[in-house]
Design a protein around this ligand. Structure first.
Ligand code: GLY
Length: 560
């Protein structure tokens, strides 16, 4: 009996220790890739081991995600890349989709001016001109070192060999099967029934990748792939033309850079709102000493919520494609403006979103985006977020090419003032125009301290991307967490409209939630199962790298 008691006490203590133990990510000396699939992270790291740099690894990882993570990894979508070289030079690449030339402001409205449900979300008319392939080739041309064929070959091999279905993937595929059939009018490779452990081969996609490897970027925008794409989309009522594809180009942009305390933050500029909103929110909370508030306490949630509310109100009014809209970025991130915006913040009660409009200046995606972070042994860092918008985008799958097309047109303000699929409302700045890029929330970010690389971070999550990146940075800098711990912590989100604080279930105690309700906050804990899936890398004080691979998905860190 005594022995049983001792064993029981020892097991309880052991379980408690295990339970209380902080999660620690993979720690390596030299280089790391953290992405949504183990196969993609491994392919990226193999390129680094062969002497490629972070940009080579980016190209290889993205092609591998297009095979292994078709939920969001893609050839038929777009994204953004922020980088910092080992010499301290930073830059950003915009390979966001854009509207076809035939697009028009009211193309998703009926004769009464009402938004036609699903037209901007599903099917051939929801598709923006894809940018990912242009982005990868542009990155390779400017910053890569290995032959492009060597970067694509591992993904051709993977597509032929097949990927192994994970538990989360099996559930996801089951969820989307009916929509795949509805949109495509027949079964496609991913609408067949798959169990955990099954192998799925993508032979058509392998052929498309082989053509890209042999012919180059022109295959996608001018050649055989372009012709098949336009022919097949036209059959399905789409509006993409060969000229649309010919005219597409990825654009190098100047990233948003700003200081938060001792940190320098480099993030994405328009047409993503990510960097501007991240700057606004961090600057709004800087005077309040977040460190002294308990992590995820009522006051901490209140402070971030009020800063987010004001920033997302500005986002809805002012932000759109910088090539079309004259956006006052400097004014929106100006210290005096931010102080004035936070002037109405009151610790004793929630501000109502109906009382907050965009500020007067002097002068929601989904979780179906994906992010990966890379650091190479030379000290280059790359932060990339790419997307099809919704899960599997428009659900339009071209058999002959083997890939899905995005539904990025829904990121425009389809009807001014009416929420999109993330509940985000927009104004004229983000209205549809031919060849305009739709506003994004993607926030690929790099953080430095005293001129040295500190963190590479980013997330999927539609409108929640910005707040997921924000909380991860604060977890590290204000609450001294490690990378894996920072990524795994429960998150919350507010985006001005709807006037609700979304919180991850099981992450917050009842007292905190009740105190927020008492202050006038509306809490939604039921519909927000997952907020973001952050993949990040932290440079530790001894120079080693710690990976943060979000346990909310199949995310995996691989390094050496
Ligand atoms: N499609 C989600 C975003 O770009 O924010």
């Amino acid at each position: 009996m005594k022995r049983i008691l001792i064993v029981l006490i020892a097991s309880t203590l052991f379980l408690q220790c295990t339970y209380n133990k902080k999660p620690v990510g993979l720690i390596v000396d030299k280089a790391m890739v953290v992405s949504a699939r183990e196969e993609a992270s491994t392919i990226g790291i193999d390129i680094l081991k062969k002497g490629g740099n972070a940009f080579d690894a980016m190209v290889a990882t993205e092609f591998a995600l297009a095979v292994s993570y078709q939920f969001a990894g893609n050839l038929g979508g777009g994204g953004f890349m922020v980088y910092r070289t080992n010499k301290g030079e930073s830059g950003a690449l915009d390979f966001r989709e854009k509207a076809p030339m035939s697009a028009s402001r009211d193309m998703y409205l009926d004769s009464l001016g009402n938004a036609i449900s699903d037209k901007s979300k599903k099917g051939a008319l929801a598709i923006g001109i894809p940018g990912t392939v242009a982005g990868l080739f542009a990155t390779h041309k400017k910053l890569g070192t290995m032959p492009i064929a060597d970067l694509i070959q591992p993904s051709i091999d993977l597509a032929k060999k097949g990927i192994i279905v994970t538990e989360k993937q099996a559930k996801r595929l089951a969820k989307y099967q009916a929509e795949f059939r509805e949109v495509n009018g027949k079964d496609i490779v991913l609408s067949l029934e798959y169990k955990v452990g099954d192998t799925i081969k993508f032979l058509q996609l392998a052929k498309t990748l082989e053509r890209l490897s042999n012919v180059g970027v022109d295959d996608f925008y001018k050649g055989e792939t372009a012709n098949i794409l336009v022919r097949e989309l036209n059959k399905r009522g789409g509006n993409m033309t060969l000229e649309d594809l010919n005219r597409y180009e990825a654009k190098w942009r100047k990233p948003i850079t700003f200081k938060y305390k001792d940190l320098e933050i480099i993030s994405m500029t328009l047409p993503s709102s990510g960097g501007i909103c991240l700057a606004q929110i961090l600057k709004s909370i800087e005077p309040y000493q977040a460190k002294e508030l308990k992590h995820n306490s009522t006051k901490y949630i209140q402070l971030l919520t009020e800063a987010e509310r004001r920033s997302y109100a500005d986002r809805a009014h002012y932000l759109g494609d910088i090539d079309f809209v004259n956006t006052p970025i400097d004014s929106l991130t100006d210290d005096a403006y931010i102080t004035q915006r936070m002037g109405s913040f009151d610790w004793n009660k929630a501000t109502k979103s109906s009382d907050i409009s965009h500020g007067k200046l002097n002068g929601y995606e989904s979780n179906e985006t994906t992010h990966y972070s890379i650091v190479d042994s030379f000290g280059n860092a790359v932060s990339v977020t790419t997307t099809l918008n919704g899960g599997f985008g428009s659900k339009v799958f071209i058999d002959e090419l083997g890939f899905f097309l995005n539904n990025e047109m829904d990121d425009f303000s389809v009807k001014l003032g009416t929420p999109n699929m993330f509940g985000l409302v927009g104004a004229e700045a983000n209205s549809i125009r031919p060849e305009k890029r739709m506003l994004s929330s993607m926030t690929p970010t790099i953080v430095t301290e005293n001129g040295k690389l500190k963190m590479v971070v980013g997330s999927p999550g539609g409108s929640t991307i910005i707040t997921s990146v924000l909380q991860t940075i604060l977890n590290i800098t204000e609450f001294d967490m490690g990378m894996q711990e920072a990524v795994a912590e429960p998150r919350f989100h507010h985006q001005w409209l709807p006037d609700v604080v979304k919180m991850e279930p099981n992450g917050f105690d009842k007292e905190t939630i009740q105190a927020l309700k008492d202050l006038g906050y509306t809490i939604d804990i039921s519909n927000s199962i997952v907020i973001g899936k952050v993949n990040a890398i932290l440079v530790l004080e001894n120079g080693q790298l710690e990976g943060g691979a979000d346990p909310r998905g199949d995310e995996t860190a691989v390094g050496y």
